[in-house]
Design a binder for this molecule. Structure first.
Ligand SMILES: C[C@H](O)[C@H](O)[C@H]1CNC2=NC(N)=NC(=O)C2=N1
Length: 121
């Protein structure tokens, strides 16, 4: 059942205590941190306009692509960190950025590493 677009709580932090809010806060990477992280992610490109990283993966067919997306979806839920992505048949375009930080954060780097590990399986 879809969540009502106007009445659902978009983010837990709206009602979180100050202490919890502190724990949930995440900062965007500095330029140096980003450059270091990207060195370890040769398959990923930096999207400057979004301060995001992107990767396109082409699979053998749709079922391989959707199987990949299913595995990533489970990790995304566990991490509470969700990709922006699109799928056309055997192709998946992935964009990672941290909305709460307004740019790339360590969560995106962790997610990119998890995605790379799945693709290499
Ligand atoms: C309320 C919820 O915890 C937040 O909106 C989470 C959900 N998933 C997320 N995913 C991404 N990519 N960035 C976020 O800032 C983010 N925030």
């Amino acid at each position: 059942m879809p969540i009502h677009p106007h009445r659902h709580r978009r983010c837990r932090s709206a009602t979180a205590s100050v202490a919890n809010r502190r724990a949930m806060m995440i900062e965007a990477l500095s330029e140096t941190e980003r450059a270091d992280a990207l060195d370890g992610l040769p398959e990923w490109d930096h999207d400057e306009a979004r301060d995001a990283i992107t990767r396109t993966i082409v699979f053998a067919d749709f079922i391989e692509a959707f199987g990949f997306m299913t595995q990533v979806a489970l990790i995304a839920e566990r991490m509470n960190h969700h990709p922006e992505w699109a799928n056309v048949y055997n192709r998946v375009d992935v964009l990672l950025t941290t909305h709460d930080a307004g740019g790339l954060s360590s969560r995106d780097i962790e997610m990119a590493q998890a995605i790379d590990a799945i693709v290499e399986e």
